[in-house]
Design a protein around this ligand. Structure first.
Ligand SMILES: Cc1ncc(COP(=O)(O)O)c(C=O)c1O
Length: 359
């Protein structure tokens, strides 16, 4: 199957090669070395000189960790919502006993920084703002630089869900003033699921120390302690995924960040060009198209689901529409190991298919 999924995605060959290795203890010196090299490479990748942890979890675990460790019990969070994963953040806030003040934007649009500014002015009780960097359900990427500048005007922290952007879009933690940013292995790093990671600020960690009952599994100060004392994690890490992530980061380091990001940018541009050439409409507002996934409106009278299943029969797996756009759209993921030939075959089959399906 040729994968154009939203994640898990097809793994890079250098990842698969590493992951076949025999296991060893996560308390061994061999593992400690691998762990610390991966942490350092990730800090280099994100330009972070504060804290970075690797966590055995999917991305949502660290979404929960941001709330439990970074917001007082009963405290308020301004959750920006541009699609399904913004909604998930608000649910995570509320189910952890904090208040979510929701700022919802039209599907296909990014966060409007002027409206965010106005909201923050009206809500002095807010302790943190959450942003979905790349909304996987609509294929929209937010402008973190402008959002970061707005948030910095206020005494609030900035939490960023970068699950489907980190690895493909440049995230400069220091420059953007981010307090907590997280992602997971199964997206743009082209590694199987099971490993999550977060970079966070000193200010975030100080806040975490003040909060009681942070839980155990996602207790950020505990992760910091284990990193410093044991060069590992409190519980067993997914060692194959750590090896896989290290392999991708080593690759990026060897070719340079800019070359790597260019690969992702050019792939995304090619896919969007093919879609537009077919006369199809992209959900994302122009200028905010995601480098990792493109949500496309299905032609009139054709369901997105039908396109998904018909492509599967032809050996291609894309992603179904998500949330309120489920029936009207389909999504083409462009993360992980995808070749030029894969893209050629996808569009050849999609063209044939739409010709057959059009009413
Ligand atoms: C933007 C975004 N946030 C959060 C998640 C949840 O991540 P996970 O499935 O790793 O928990 C996803 C998964 O697709 C996502 O795309």
């Amino acid at each position: 199957m040729r994968l154009f999924t939203a994640g898990p995605v097809a793994c890079f060959p250098w990842v698969l090669e590493e992951m076949g290795k025999q296991m060893f203890s996560h308390r061994s010196p061999e593992y400690q070395e691998i762990h610390m090299e991966t942490v350092e490479l990730m800090k280099w990748f994100l330009n972070s000189d504060e804290y970075l942890i690797l966590v055995p979890s999917s991305g949502t675990g660290l979404m929960e960790a941001s709330v439990r460790n970074g917001v007082s019990k009963g405290g308020s969070v301004l959750v920006t919502i541009i699609g399904a994963f913004g909604n998930r953040y608000s649910e995570v806030v509320e189910t952890n006993g904090r208040k979510a003040i929701k700022l919802v934007f039209k599907l296909g649009d990014p966060v409007d920084p002027d409206i965010l500014d106005k909201y923050l002015g009206e809500h002095p009780e807010v302790e943190a703002v959450t942003v979905t960097h790349n909304e996987t359900s609509t294929g929209v990427i937010n402008d973190l630089e402008t959002i970061g500048k707005v948030v910095q005007k206020y005494d609030v922290m900035l939490f960023v869900d970068a699950v489907s952007s980190m690895g493909a879009a440049d995230i400069d933690v220091k420059k953007l003033g981010i307090d907590f940013v997280f992602s997971s292995s199964q997206k743009a790093f082209g590694v199987p699921p099971g490993l999550a990671f977060a970079a966070f600020s000193k200010r975030f960690l100080e806040k975490a120390y003040e909060i009681e009952e942070r839980g155990w599994y996602f207790d950020i100060p505990l992760y910091v302690k284990y990193l410093e004392d044991k060069k590992s994690t409190p519980s067993t890490p997914p060692i194959p995924q750590v090896l896989g992530l290290r392999a991708t980061l080593r690759k990026i380091k060897s070719i340079g960040k800019e070359t790597w990001f260019k690969m992702y940018r050019m792939r995304a541009e090619r896919i969007r060009k093919e879609i537009r050439n077919m006369g199809l409409r992209i959900v994302a507002k122009e200028g905010y198209e995601s480098p990792t996934i493109t949500a496309v409106y299905a032609p009139e009278g054709v369901s997105g689901n039908k396109i998904y299943y018909s492509l599967r029969e032809r050996g291609i797996e894309i992603a179904k529409g998500y949330g309120p756009l489920r029936d009207k759209t389909f999504r083409i993921g462009h993360m992980g190991h995808i070749t030029d030939e894969d893209i050629e075959i996808l569009f050849r089959e999609l063209r044939k298919l739409l010709k057959d399906l059009k009413p």
